[in-house]
Design a protein around this ligand. Sequence first.
Ligand code: SF4
Length: 902
Amino acid sequence: MVNRLLFAFHEEYQALKRERGVLDFADLELKARDLVLRGDVFGSRGGEQTRARLSLAEAVVLVDEFQDTNELQCSILEGLGAARLLMVGDERQSIYRFRGADVTVFRKREQELETGGGDGSGGVRRLDVNHRSSREVLSFINYLFAQEGFFGPDFVRLIHPEESEDSLSSDRSPVPFSDRHDPLVEVLVAERQAESDKEGEPVTQTIQEAEARVVADRVRRLLDEEKRKESDVAVLLPAYTYVDVYQRALRERGIEVYLTRGRQFFSREEVRDLIAFLRVLVNPLDDLALVTVLRSPLVGLSDDGLYLVSRTTPNTVGQKGTLWERIRGAERTALSSADLACLERFLTGFARLRPRVGRPGLGRLIDEIMSTFDYDFRLLRLPDGKRRLANVRKLMRMANEYEGLSGPDLAGLVEVLRSRGDADDREGEAPILGEADNVVQLSTIHQAKGLEFPVVILAGLGSDVSHGGGGPKSTVVIGDDGRVGVFLRGSRHHNYEESDLCWGPGADIEEEIRAKEEAEDVRLLYVAMTRAKEHLVLVGAEPRDTGGPSRMKRILRGLGIDGELPQEETLVERGETRFLVRLVGQAEGEKGRRERQRTEENLGSAEPPASTILPALLPEVSHVMRPRQVSFSSISLYQLCPRRFFFERVLGLGEEAGFARGDEGPGLSAPWETTLPDEGERRAGLEVGLLVHALLERLESRELPPAAEKLRQLAEDWLLETGLGLEEPELDRALQLTLAFWDSPLLSVWASPRAIKEAPFLFEQAGVAVSGVMDVFCPENDLARIVDYKTNRLGGRSPVELAQAYTLQAAVYSLAALRGGASAVQMDFVFLEQARDPVSFVYSCAQEADLEAVVERALAGLLQGDYRPRQGEDCRLCPVGELCDGLTATEHPVADWRVAVG
Ligand code: SF4
């Protein structure tokens, strides 16, 4: 029955993978084996020809870390048919059983080569001189790992180069120590805290907190008294489970930490808040996300405020009383002035950001949320602010990567982020310091493999370790040879059964697994300790008389230390080794706790230093920040002024005046403008453009123009939704421009059932992804039609003259259509003030190379990081002019809509 169940599961799993078009790691191995052994490529036989192409008959193949392979991987290696195979490994360092490594493969191969088995042509060369660690460290390892419970008496001791000039010499007697300094091996045992938390008694600490405190204090002394650099020290842990506890303890003592790879990125407050905001942008009726946003530091509504809002009766018919409706209908007078301000700020910010949904630039959208709500400044004021900000940057990178693959689909991004966070939050936090910086490294033992550090603190040794059966709750256990056992867990009864009910050889399999896991645990300790070059410190909580075995218990037993542990630093000598042992008491823990409280208080009120807020404002032109994706609006902005592009798009300053819609062309002013618009005109012009585009997107295709009343109603709905406000004359102008489109000969293209309104595009050019949004895209057989509405004031000029400023847009959009498979493309600009006379640009696929050249020229400076200022008329209205070194203050009179920095 079990076999049938497993078989059914296997079939189901295979079908699911086929359906989703994915391979798991085992598939990669199996397919690689089929390829090299049989020439199979995904089921189609290439046979001998494929095998011959893959053959390495002329090559010498070196396999490193051979102890971490398994039979399947070995068969792939052998299938390559290398002329010679050199395998390097150390069975004592085999620590990847959890991902399929089988140390017996190494042993078997070693034995074959030693006894002349296999083809008899190989041999074994032992390298037991250790060039990494000091004699003190090696002596300790040699002693400990030769004990029962470790590798035992057969352990082949490690040789220090001083002990023998020739590693193959038979004279390997240990050289005596000099007495020049204290032993550089320490065993620090953290005293367990009281289990109760009654008044007057010490606060209960977990054993992890006790261990972390000992580690942090010891690191502090290494830095202060023993003059070690931070980068000399690595703290290694068996697992990541409690890494936060160590990180916090070290930081509380002012020690900068580089975490090799943390977890729980999606559980971080700042990441959760921003994902919730994205969810609300996608669907404001998502109550759970909306509550998260309202209570987050993004908005900061109080509990009372949230309660009052949730009690409001919705005033819109048909909305079933969602929180969103209640917010919009909330009785403002009931709220405190602070809550009222929070709510107004949220609604205004939301209205501003909502139109961004569906537009390219997902990473940038997150950036805009940050700046709209001053979230970056808020984060920097919180403890660990720089890390929080780095996490946000990481989220932006993830959004951009998603967009690179799937386009600007915000709903899709939200779903991916949610499912990744829900499934298993193994995503690491963003590092704010590199391992090359002068910082203490915090890492798991597995990640430290292959590395070495002057000082290694091996911590986390006090937790109970339970081995066997892949965990105490496994129902099905599978042996290496394919035997299966099934347990009915929880069937154990003290007076009745001695163990859980079991079918098949479950008990035997569990025992085999337990023995293998224990053996691997010894190897894990060996790998960790052999990372130390000069100084090794072992830290673990005091073993308990009751409870499961711990690594510290095993180490103390191996070192022959039993009974009461010394409170003072005590020198212990065992054979050729000596080391310090000490029980570190609770009193020091209390001191550390008080220090921590003080630090937290200080951190809570601390203003971030100015240098953490203010970025360097002027670009390092020599340092190329090559983007992976650029939107057409970015290219346009760069054409207008590279320095302004740098401020707005690289540093994220300014409000991108003139580019709010993302693809609107040449910016603040254009060559045909005889007078520059003032701020009000500029804003109104932008908003008119946004409204016209929104209306032409929402209107259904009809031969007749929409009724004026309906059009006005649509416009008012949109203004309410977005929070934008237009004066009556501008609103009238927007409605007239919209209706004017019905005079255009392009109406039939717009109304075609094949037409896609607001069609996003993405293509690669010069190694970057170029994105944008077409107002209308309509494939007509082999000809692609693109329509772009323009709301510019003509100012006495003809559409043909104005269109000259949009040749780059025509090139980029047309190239996108040709790349999409069209044989030819016609791009029409409709200047709505004269809609009867569109201006057409027509290209055939024969001109694709010319268009590519145009786009590459436009991208060239941007990709080289050339951000030199391009001074001109636009400088007078530039929103970042005050920050710009291209102008003096007197040359830049407009100041009231510039962005304040710092
Ligand atoms: S002030 Fe002029 S030169 Fe400076 S960034 Fe603005 S547009 Fe460019």
